[in-house]
Structure formats: structure tokens, C-alpha cells
Design a protein around this ligand. Structure first.
Ligand SMILES: *Cc1c(COP(=O)(O)O)cnc(C)c1O
Length: 429
């Protein structure tokens, strides 16, 4: 595969941008190769600067539920742009998207739009503190909630990939307010609560974890979290930045039938433009400025282009019932193909899948939390990643990320991927 243009661009980028990238995992560092610079994308496919074609399972890290460059979304962005790109004043589109979000996720009675998932979680925590008058919060080892100071404690995603789950630069005073429990271990949560009686404002969780690879909640885990939070007056925050509109239209809260107090959203909600949101019970949301005292603002929040793309995305997926059926069918086809190959080679690697998000873990052990995810053979993953890339399959360059299938992936795309998978496994085993 000729990658000379990408390689040249990367050399130049490294002189100008830290690590040559504007978000760490993009650098392909943990798989020992240079990143590819992408020129364009359409449907299930990506093309790099050298003209190589790939079937894409990164989907911009989640947003591309319908595939790249969906004609209706591109059209909505173009049409909106002709009337101006930002006004810093309210627009009808913001009311329309808020109405649609509250309809899709009934636990959200009011919603505030922001520009990224990070902003959504930072604001949600501030709001939970304002609402309860308490300071501490609980998060789970390996869960990633963006790069806000309070969350970069035992964090997942790139922080986990690069071995810096606790980033330098975070004052001890702030870190002290973040307590970490183990995912799928309710006793670890109970222990933190009893040791910090009446001090915990919020518990934030990825209801299905995507950021240490895909890890579903065990039976009743979310229900027990709900019960504990209600009993202890702790605000339960579902961080559905990844799972929202992904694992079902109404997200994990719909799939597992649990009602959080606050939900954070991002990724799919922007249709590929930079958007995040947080919302929940009216009683809590009314504390947000200017209806209440908790301050949170944004010059470009509710940006018309972003709202147009997001509204179009949410409209399509809430009207077209075939989307989630296709996502499930293609994802199951992929999983089955991979399992066949693993069986043929007598390998017991773990596949975790919830709908159209999944991870193949290079370990024989069941993966249900941070420690079990860490038993994966990351060297083997790197070999696998490169074998797949050479065959035109573009995966996330880390063991600790989820892969995403889109509704634009065809059965042929999946068949091709399954053939590439068999070849890759043969070559690395
Ligand atoms: C991606 C992600 C975030 C951060 O969103 P950004 O838009 O990258 O700031 C937060 N929480 C979860 C669960 C995510 O997957």
C-alpha cells in the first residue's frame, strides 16, 4: 500500500501540531504505524490522501450511524449555510431539535446544547453539584467522559491506550473529588457511598462502555445503580455520548429501561458536526443559567449548521424504522463471520457486542471491567490492526475502542471484512 502522501503530511504535521494530530488516538501510535490522512468519505468507505480505499469501522468515532456524507444531511448543511453560519441568537432549529430529543428520550424534559461531549459531561457534573449542594462524584475505572479535569482519573479511551489514565496537570484538590469504582461491581459502589456518606453529588457511567472496548452492563447492574442513587440522593448521569441513538434510538436507557436523572449526548446528535447536549428532569435543568444560577454558556452553542445536521440525522433515524434493523443484521453478520474464523483456528478471543458497537478482545478471559480488558494482548492487536488495514479494512487503532457498523455498510462490505478477518487471523496465529 502506497502511503507516501500521508507519510509526508504526517512529518510536516508533527512539526506544527503536538504529535501531528488534534486528538491523540488518531496518531496510530499504539499500533506502530503512521496515521492515514483522509481525503474523502462516502457511505461505508474512506479514501486517504494516496487514493487508497477502506471500509470504515471507525465512523468518526461514533457519529456516522448512517454512513459518511449522507445526502440529506449534506443537503441540510448546504441549505442552512446559505442563510449564514452563526448568529449568536436563538433560532427555530434549536427549538425543533430540543423537541425531537425530548421525544426520543423521555427522561430528558429539558435540554441544553453544547459543542462537544466533553462540554456536556463537564456541565452535567457542575449541574449535579449545584442541585445537590454536594461536591464528590463517582466514576468507573476505564470509562471515558471527555477530557475535563475531574474525569481524567482512571480514564479509558486514548488515556488508557497510552497508559496515562491519570493525566498530569490536574490539581490534587480536584482529583480528590473523583472517586472511582469498578464497572459491573456494585459492591465497589456501595463501599464508596458508605465511606463518603452524604458527600456524593453524582454518579456518572457509560451505561454500555465503549471506551475500554465494548463492555455491556451485567444483568441488574444499571438497575442497582439507579436504586442506590435514588436512596442516597445522588444524581445518576448516563453518559450516552456514544450509546445515544447508537444501540437503539432511545439509547441505553431505552434498551435497559432505566431512567437516569441527567443524560449527556454527543457524537451522533451532531450528524458529523461538533455538537453535544445535556438534559434531564425539568426540576434539575431549571437550575441552568439564565433560568437558574448554575452558569454555563457557549458562543457557538446551538450553531445553525450543527443543528441542521443534527436535526436531519435525528429525523431520519426516528422515522426510518429500517435503520436499526439493518444495523443489527449487518453487525450480527460480522460477529458470526468472526466467530466462525476464531472457531476454525481454535481461538477463544472474546467478542463483546451490543447492537452496532463491538470489540474483539485478544484475551481468553471474559471482559467485563477495566482489569479484565487489560488482560488483552495489545501486541497481537497491533499485528491484527495492520493486517486488516493492508486489506482495506479501517479499524480503530487501539484494543480499547469499540468498532462501529453503519447503516451504509452493505452485506458485501461485511463479507469482504469477514474474508479479510480470516486472512488476518491466519497470518498472525
Ligand atoms: C466521545 C465521548 C466523550 C467525549 O466527547 P467529545 O465530543 O470527544 O468531547 C464523552 N463521553 C463518552 C462516553 C464518549 O464516548
Amino acid at each position: 500500500m502506497n502511503t507516501s502522501k500521508s507519510d509526508t503530511l504526517f512529518e510536516k504535521a508533527k512539526q506544527l501540531i503536538p504529535g501531528g494530530v488534534n486528538s491523540p488516538v488518531r496518531a496510530f501510535k499504539s499500533v506502530g504505524t503512521n496515521p492515514l490522512f483522509i481525503q474523502k468519505a462516502k457511505g461505508s468507505k474512506l479514501w486517504d490522501a494516496d487514493g487508497n480505499e477502506f471500509i470504515d469501522y471507525v465512523g468518526s468515532w461514533g457519529p456516522m450511524l448512517l454512513g459518511h456524507s449522507h445526502p440529506k444531511i449534506i443537503e441540510a448543511i448546504k441549505k442552512t449555510a446559505e442563510n449564514g453560519t452563526s448568529f449568536g441568537a436563538p433560532t427555530e432549529l434549536e427549538v425543533m431539535i430540543a423537541e425531537l430529543i425530548t421525544k426520543i428520550m423521555p427522561s430528558i424534559e429539558m435540554v441544553r446544547m453544547v459543542n462537544s461531549g466533553t462540554e456536556a459531561t463537564m456541565s452535567a457534573i457542575r449541574l449535579a453539584r449545584a442541585y445537590t449542594g454536594k461536591d464528590k462524584m463517582i466514576k468507573f475505572e476505564g470509562c471515558y467522559h471527555g477530557h475535563g479535569d475531574s474525569f481524567l482519573i482512571k480514564a479509558g479511551s486514548g488515556a488508557m491506550t497510552f497508559g496515562v489514565p491519570d493525566s498530569p496537570g490536574i490539581p490534587k484538590g480536584i482529583a480528590d473529588y473523583t472517586l472511582t469504582a469498578r464497572f459491573n461491581d456494585i459492591a465497589s459502589v456501595e463501599e464508596l457511598i458508605s465511606k463518603n456518606k452524604s458527600e456524593i453529588a453524582a454518579l456518572i457511567v457509560e451505561p454500555v462502555v465503549g471506551n475500554m472496548g465494548c463492555i455491556p452492563p451485567r444483568e441488574n447492574f444499571l438497575k442497582q445503580l439507579r436504586q442506590l442513587c435514588t436512596r442516597e440522593n445522588i444524581v445518576l448521569i448516563f453518559d450516552e455520548v456514544m450509546t445515544g441513538f447508537r444501540i437503539s434510538l432511545g439509547g441505553a436507557q431505552e434498551l435497559y429501561k432505566i431512567k437516569p436523572d441527567i443524560t449527556t449526548l454527543g457524537k451522533i446528535i451532531g450528524g458529523g458536526l461538533p455538537v453535544g447536549a445535556y438534559g434531564g428532569k425539568k426540576e434539575i435543568m431549571q437550575l441552568v443559567s439564565p433560568s437558574g444560577p448554575m452558569y454555563q454558556a457557549g458562543t457557538l452553542s446551538g450553531n445553525p449548521l450543527a443543528m441542521a445536521a443534527g436535526f436531519e440525522m435525528l429525523s431520519i433515524i426516528s422515522q426510518d424504522k429500517s435503520v436499526y434493523k439493518i444495523l443489527e443484521e449487518r453487525s450480527a453478520q460480522l460477529e458470526n463471520g468472526m466467530r466462525e474464523t476464531l472457531q476454525k483456528f481454535s481461538l477463544n478471543y472474546r467478542i463483546n457486542r451490543v447492537g452496532s458497537m463491538f470489540t474483539l478482545f485478544f484475551t481468553d478471559k471474559e471482559v467485563f471491567d477495566y482489569d479484565s480488558a487489560k488482560t488483552s494482548d495489545t501486541k497481537k492487536f497491533a499485528l491484527y490492526f495492520n493486517e486488516m488495514l493492508m486489506q482495506g479494512i479501517y479499524l480503530a487503532p487501539s484494543q480499547f475502542e469499540a468498532a462501529f457498523v453503519s447503516a451504509a455498510h452493505s452485506t458485501e462490505d461485511i463479507e469482504k471484512t469477514n474474508r479479510a478477518f480470516a486472512e488476518a487471523i491466519k497470518n498472525i496465529t
